[in-house]
Design a protein around this ligand. Structure first.
Ligand code: HEC
Length: 154
């Protein structure tokens, strides 16, 4: 009786330790993914750029911007392919519904803007890599092919 309750206690106790282990492993891999670019500061994640800038228009659809999470609004845009979307976001784009200013009017790097594009598009049904094509070309050869093979859509 005493023994079995002790065993149960031990089993329950092990669970939080396991969770902490998983969290540390995830944090470590996120950290090492960030600083592969040498001496330059690691680029911000897509979500950080979105929350710092892009959401100003894209959260509520200001000026005709496709809304965050609105799969219907994003679907035809996503179909253009990641490279086209990133190009429009970096260089600016005047479409049917409004004007997307170059880099959203900010001064984030190509890499950061591209990550923000992936972040927004992926919340509207796409599955783009969470870093830009530039980063993929230099770091992950395997991703190259899938981007190169991605047709501009129907
Ligand atoms: C000042 C408002 C504003 C800000 C800030 C803004 N956008 Fe936009 N964005 C727009 C508008 C408006 C459109 C729609 C243009 C159209 O299709 O007529 C758009 C469209 C887009 C598109 C779709 C382009 C296409 O080819 O359909 C992408 C991708 C995009 N924005 C990314 C971003 C990113 C990334 C940021 C932050 C770095 C950002 N935007 C910040 C207004 C904004």
């Amino acid at each position: 009786m005493k023994r079995s309750s002790l065993r149960r206690l031990l089993a329950v106790r092990r669970l939080p330790a396991l969770l902490v282990g998983i969290t540390i492993a995830a944090a470590a891999s996120a950290a090492s993914a960030g600083d592969a670019s040498g001496s330059k500061p690691a680029p911000l994640a897509g979500q950080a750029v979105y929350e710092a800038l892009c959401y100003g228009c894209h959260r509520d659809g200001l000026g005709g911007a496709p809304k965050f999470g609105d799969a219907k609004a994003w679907q035809p845009r996503i179909a253009q392919g990641y490279d086209v979307l990133v190009g429009h976001a970096v260089k600016g784009f005047a479409g049917k519904s409004g004007t997307m200013p170059p880099r959203g009017g900010g001064s984030y790097s190509d890499e950061e803007v591209a990550r923000a594009v992936a972040y927004m598009a992926n919340h509207a049904g796409a599955s783009f890599p969470q870093s830009s094509t530039l980063a993929n070309r230099s770091q992950h050869g395997a991703h190259d092919r899938s981007i190169a093979a991605g047709s501009p859509g129907p």
